[in-house]
Ligand binder design. Structure first.
Ligand SMILES: Cc1cc2nc3c(=O)[nH]c(=O)nc-3n(C[C@H](O)[C@H](O)[C@H](O)COP(=O)(O)OP(=O)(O)OC[C@H]3O[C@@H](n4cnc5c(N)ncnc54)[C@H](O)[C@@H]3O)c2cc1C
Length: 469
């Protein structure tokens, strides 16, 4: 019980979990070369001995203990703001552990239908907090034919479902795809990916289980090879995290780990709550990346002596507008927070969805602006090995110079980061991730339509048209 060290976290991953990667069934997850970068990323959240990080990543619980701040239920605006600050200092594994906020957000509504399941949420949240565990957000189903409901699919396992109800629990089957960090957490928090109808009741299932539960297998992939040179891959070499297909092959879930087992009316509430917290963290990361992209556009322009050109300044203005709109959207959502009946604060739902939609739908355009300003060297710049080579390096130093005192290494670092962020391993991954992670554009359109005050807008339109009602 209590906070774990990074070494304890690493060791905890060798618990018999079934993990596939690179055509291999991996038993020694903690030491396998494929997992070294992702584990190092996750270990940053256990750096409690770092005096600068410690006040940001820990908090005092109501019980007087110290826990990771990802478990802090925001009850004041300061706590909500600290949660966003935490997002700037946390790995994606810590980020997805925020799934407990989504569970706690629906707890009161669940309590009205099933006090027993609501109590499971409370108990498993405390268990995870007090043991300093990490959890994955396990929601997106295989889905099969998108035009068909869960129970209409050619194979009934296209959405995770209950195949057996027993006195001591339920048995589930199906698969959840794309699950961030699934192989590197302790708990799989599983919930429905969409609203369910009465005939889909077996698909309205939510629960949390340890990753090593019998019948669970995780098939991994990542955008980054196991080892990458940090000079040539400044983003990919540091951020790699596998996503996993999480397969549930007739997995037994005891009742004390179940949150939903047929209560179809609440399936959508779980999905919506998770979407809100996922999108909030996604925006914190998006804002940071937008700021970096803007800075890169400025640096690359300065290096080439074109930063005073009106066309370049116009392009950079687009990037500034993008960055600041995301920041203001996050600020708005925190200032105009909402709360659950038991006093938990969460960011404004409309504000987060509008901002996530804006960020995702403009991301590719911003990449285009940065690549337009930067030029072809984004993808043709030679690598560090050539810079260090005595003969090839001399040519690079001559022909990459843009003046008498050009810092060639800096120039190369700016270009390699632009390539890695927008046109290579991490960059390719990010082009899709911006659109899909946290739910695709349609998911935000649905939430915007649900939460926008259309009554007010209609009234304003009628008044403007001269209709008095
Ligand atoms: C890097 C990454 C990390 C992720 N991490 C996680 C995670 O940790 N946990 C998790 O649960 N999920 C995760 N996801 C999954 C993510 O939430 C989904 O990819 C996203 O919700 C879209 O679902 P999909 O991929 O099944 O695409 P689809 O649902 O097929 O959507 C693709 C397009 O099809 C459209 N579409 C869908 N259904 C219909 C229909 N019936 N009619 C017409 N058009 C339709 C959509 O609007 C969209 O435009 C991750 C995804 C990525 C890329």
């Amino acid at each position: 019980m209590g906070l774990m060290t990074a070494a304890q976290y690493r060791a905890s991953l060798n618990d018999g979990r079934v993990i596939y990667w690179g055509g291999e069934k991996i038993t020694d997850v903690a030491n396998h070369p494929r997992f070294q970068v992702p584990i190092a990323v996750a270990c940053r959240d256990y750096a409690y001995d770092d005096p600068e990080l410690e006040p940001i990543i820990t908090y005092r619980t109501e019980d007087g203990t110290t826990a990771h701040r990802v478990y802090q239920v925001p009850r004041t605006t300061e706590e909500l703001e600290m949660r966003l600050e935490l997002g700037r200092h946390m790995s994606i594994v810590g980020g997805v552990t925020g799934v407990y906020m989504a569970l706690l957000q629906v707890k009161d509504r669940l309590s009205a239908i099933s006090p027993r399941f609501a109590h499971n949420i409370e108990r498993l949240y405390l268990y995870a907090r007090d043991n300093d565990l990490r959890a994955a957000e396990v929601i997106t189903d295989a889905k099969g034919d998108r035009s068909k409901k869960a129970h209409e699919q050619h194979d009934p396992d296209m959405y995770v479902r209950i195949v057996e109800r027993r006195n001591d629990g339920i048995v589930v089957r199906g698969a959840k795809l794309h699950i961030t960090g699934a192989a590197l957490v302790h708990e799989l928090v599983v919930m429905p990916t969409k609203s369910m109808r009465p005939e889909e009741a077996d698909y309205a299932v939510a629960f949390s289980i340890p990753v090593n539960t019998p019948g669970v297998s995780i098939i991994n992939r990542s955008f980054a090879p196991a080892e990458l040179n940090e000079f040539d891959y400044p983003a990919s070499a540091r951020h790699s995290m596998p996503e996993g297909f999480v397969v549930f092959d007739d997995v037994f879930i005891p009742w004390d780990r179940v949150f939903l087992a047929g209560e179809w009316q609440l399936a959508g509430a779980f999905a919506a709550a998770l979407g809100l917290w996922e999108r909030t963290l996604g925006l914190v990361i998006a804002h940071h990346e937008a700021e970096v992209m803007t800075g890169l556009a400025q640096l690359v322009s300065e290096q080439q002596g074109k930063d005073r050109d009106a066309h370049i300044q116009d392009t950079i203005a687009e990037l500034i507008c993008y960055t600041e709109t995301i920041r203001m959207g996050i600020d708005y959502a925190v200032r105009h927070y909402e709360s659950t009946p038991d006093g938990m604060l969460h960011p404004n739902i409309l504000g987060i969805n509008v901002t996530k939609y804006y960020y995702a739908s403009h991301f590719h355009e911003m990449v285009k602006h940065l690549q337009d300003v930067a030029g072809g060297l984004v993808i043709t710049l030679p690598e560090e090995a050539e810079l260090r080579h005595p003969e090839a390096g001399a040519y690079l130093r001559k022909y990459l110079a843009t003046g008498a005192n050009t810092d060639i290494e800096l120039r190369m670092r700016v270009y390699t980061l632009i390539r890695d962020l927008t046109a290579d391993a991490y960059g390719g991954w990010n082009l899709v991730t911006a659109l899909q992670a946290g739910g695709g554009l349609k998911a935000q359109r649905i939430m915007m339509a649900r939460t926008f005050d259309m009554g007010h807008a209609r009234k304003a339109a009628l008044q403007a048209a001269g209709v008095k009602r």
